[in-house]
Design a protein around this ligand. Structure first.
Ligand SMILES: [Zn+2]
Ligand SMILES: [Zn+2]
Length: 334
């Protein structure tokens, strides 16, 4: 077994395992390659030292998953995730951007909390920080913080009912409402109020300026020696349409496309989107990557059991041949 996951998270962002725990699980589950792509975070120097000392069979790659703004063509904004694989984690510009993003997460959280309190939810900044447990705070932590107060269920029910009623006269709202119900409870907050495009729109946080426009994000990754991959486009379709994606790919404004992720929470049928992404990549000679987007050992096991794991074999070598990144920030050369 030689599974290769080019998208994994650790405790340093919103994962449950340390870097070495990820490698230990990888060994156990039959992975041969893992890329560390924490949200907006490069591998810290002390972690890098531990990774350099690791002498096991699994190959690791330094990476990052940067939260980015939309391409300049998109007027109404939105966010994207861009993976940077083989990045130099000491690159000053990348490190500086990563620090700015961390700072902006805090400002954003305060903004969210104020908005949510305005909607009637019981939630505090401390709740969110407690959920994040020393990781940078993200939307899932805020969602968990809401869920941690039983009295918030009534507020949630009220909003659900509001949206259902609005859907009776607005087919667009009804479509999104039905989608939300189909996707299950985890999607409720996002469709209802957590996003800029939600039923009750979340006003943009003042710090959103910190999110660079898509091309600038890609430039930072490339500047740090990385290969820039558009992560899980199928989760961000509302930001970039199929047509725009093809345009970006055609203009080589991205180096590759992630065609599939497999973990416990993002379970849904993406087979049609995957075909579309593969076709784009092949038409315009871009690399395709597959990752677990794993946040814990269960996710890693889920990936290992999937058909994607089988397909992932050999992708790292293809990427290296195609994009020729320096292998310095990995153990692939040793
Ligand atoms: Zn992501
Ligand atoms: Zn991810």
């Amino acid at each position: 077994m030689n599974f290769e996951s080019l998208h994994n998270h650790t405790k340093d962002s919103d994962g449950a395992q340390t870097h070495l725990e990820v490698l230990a699980a990888a060994e156990k589950l039959g992975y041969s390659v893992v890329a560390f792509t924490d949200h907006d975070l490069v591998i810290r120097p002390d972690r890098l030292e531990l990774l350099r000392a690791y002498k096991g069979p699994v190959k690791w790659i330094s990476g990052i998953e940067i939260s980015s703004g939309a391409p300049s063509e998109v007027v109404e904004g939105g966010t994207l995730h861009v993976l940077g694989l083989f990045v130099d984690p000491t690159n000053p510009e990348l490190v500086r951007h990563s620090q700015e993003l961390e700072q902006s997460r805090l400002v954003r959280m305060e903004h969210f909390v104020t908005q949510l309190q305005g909607l009637g939810f019981t939630i505090t900044i401390e709740d969110c920080l407690a959920q994040a447990d020393e990781s940078p705070v993200g939307s899932p932590h805020i969602v968990n913080a809401i869920a941690s107060h039983p009295e918030n269920q009534a507020v949630m029910d009220k909003l659900l009912e509001q949206m259902r009623l609005a859907g009776e006269t607005d087919p667009e709202v009804k479509k999104r409402y039905d989608y939300m119900i189909k996707e299950g409870e985890r999607q409720y907050p996002y469709v209802l109020f957590m996003k800029h495009g939600s039923f009750i729109p979340m006003p943009k946080a003042p710090s959103f300026g910190t999110l660079l426009d898509f091309d600038k994000t890609v430039a930072i990754i490339r500047g740090a020696g990385g290969v820039a991959i558009l992560a899980h486009w199928f989760f961000n379709r509302e930001t970039v349409s199929k047509e725009l994606l093809e345009h970006l790919v055609e203009q080589k404004r991205i180096d590759g496309l992630e065609t599939e992720v497999v973990n416990m929470i993002s379970k849904r049928d993406i087979s049609r989107d995957k075909e579309f992404l593969q076709k784009l990549a092949r038409t315009y000679d871009l690399v395709e990557t597959i990752g677990s987007d794993g946040h814990d050992e269960k996710d890693m096991a889920e990936f290992a059991r999937s058909s994607a794991a089988e397909e992932s074999i050999g992708q790292t070598e293809l990427l290296i041949t195609h994009n020729k990144p320096s292998l310095e920030w990995s153990n692939l050369a040793s």
